[in-house]
Design a protein around this ligand. Sequence first.
Ligand code: SIN
Length: 189
Amino acid sequence: MSHDTTRLNRERNHFAGHEAIWLFGYGSLIWKAGFPYLERRPAHIHGWVRRFWQGSHDHRGTQAAPGRVATLVREPEAVCHGMAYRITPEVLAPLDVREKNGYLREVTTLCFDDELGGSTQGLVYLAGADNAAYLGEAPLDAIAEQIAASHGPSGPNRDYLVNLAAALRELEVEDEHVFALAARLPPAD
Ligand code: SIN
């Protein structure tokens, strides 16, 4: 698979004809929407864990020195909490570009965490183990070291991790992996 998934995603028209689509965000899409949305509600999905196993050559690193960002990894009993956005279909085109480094639009069932509750089908951008930018598992110390050292067009890789950890704390979500990585970052310069 090439690094750039933009074209592949344009063909993944899972909700063609719908006036609005729910999108589940679990990484930068939690703390940096950067796109217009109709509604925003905390939510979770079943069967996935958040892991810093995806390489970032375009946002938080470079081709020569990729950073690490979040993707989802299958774990049948797990629950991954994040933020759901109700968007109009035209919002997907710029999102496809933002998520082009290996992420594919996938359909998921998302369950809302607010007092209204309920569940619905929606989209999630998922970078699977078969994508060209996938870095995979590594010791937490090594991942934290790579994040601390990386920098890309969107800024320091550490900001991605620190902002995600802060957003999860605000949502009162426990995420051992993210918090363990954030705790390993050396102090900022
Ligand atoms: C997401 O946040 O849902 C996808 C990964 C990212 O953009 O960080």
